[in-house]
Write a protein of this length. Structure first.
Length: 259
């Protein structure tokens, strides 16, 4: 069993690397480096204060050519999201410039403050599939005035990958034909993630606005939508919904800081 699992893992890694090679040469995909901190509830306030201290240092020293957007969830997880162009970007220390300008010792003292804020954290990649995303006005990961997020992971087994892809196309077609006002972005799991899933991200002004929009969308999609969601339920092995808010105050943009 261990041998079979290992072989499956190697095959999945090969498939991902092949997909990555295609994605790098296509405007239909965008890869994101995600750093996730699973904060202790009692330390969430301190964690955010350290974030702000780090951002203040980055602004003071005008560092970096890449920044990050931050999603804070209701279960005290913090996702730091950075667009990347190639795998080699993962080998680059995003804070090397800050260490050089600020001094490694001073910068290290900031990062030391995170140590008692969480028991687990890590890095992985998600890939935005623009073709399977539904945003008629153009892809926008941070629509103005819509900081609330419901991000749902639809897990499926490797043998159902093709079916999942075809079902995603059906959803996109139906939403387009109906002119749905509920827009979404679809991300494929990438290197460093466990299992296989599509992550569907939906933005709204608030939880209440999300519920109203979802209710109206269900009515709009009608029986065709019900049939597709029933098909989805039969296909997936697990569904996880992550709720939270994008946090501009915990995000960093070098373009803004350097002006």
């Amino acid at each position: 069993m261990k041998t079979a699992t290992r072989i499956t893992g190697i095959l999945l890694l090969f498939i991902f690397q092949s997909f990555w090679a295609v994605a790098q040469q296509s405007n239909d995909y965008q890869a994101y480096w995600i750093h996730e901190d699973q904060a202790k509830p009692s330390m969430a306030k301190k964690h955010e204060n350290v974030d702000k201290e780090l951002i203040a240092a980055c602004k003071e020293f005008k560092v970096g050519d890449k920044g990050w957007s931050t999603l804070a969830t209701t279960d005290y997880k913090y996702f730091y999201i950075t667009p990347i162009e190639k795998m080699a970007d993962l080998d680059t220390n995003p804070f090397a410039d800050l260490a050089k300008k600020m001094g490694e010792e001073k910068m290290g003292k900031i990062f030391e403050k995170y140590e008692d804020c969480y028991d687990a954290h890590g890095d992985y990649i998600l890939i935005l599939d623009k073709k399977l995303s539904y945003q008629p006005g153009g892809i926008n990961t941070t629509p103005a005035g819509q900081n609330y997020r419901e991000n749902t992971r639809y897990h499926f087994s490797p043998e159902n990958a093709k079916k999942a892809n075809e079902l995603a196309k059906k959803f996109h077609k139906l939403y387009t034909e109906k002119g749905s006002k509920q827009h979404y972005r679809l991300y494929r799991n990438g290197f460093g993630t466990m299992g296989n899933y599509f992550l569907v991200a939906v933005a709204a002004e608030s939880p209440e606005a999300m519920e109203r929009m979802s209710s109206e969308n269900r009515k709009l999609l009608g029986q065709e939508g019900q049939a597709l969601f029933a098909e989805l339920e039969q296909l997936v092995s697990k569904v996880e919904t992550i709720r939270g808010y994008m946090r501009p105050d915990l995000s960093y943009s070098p373009a803004v800081a350097n002006n």
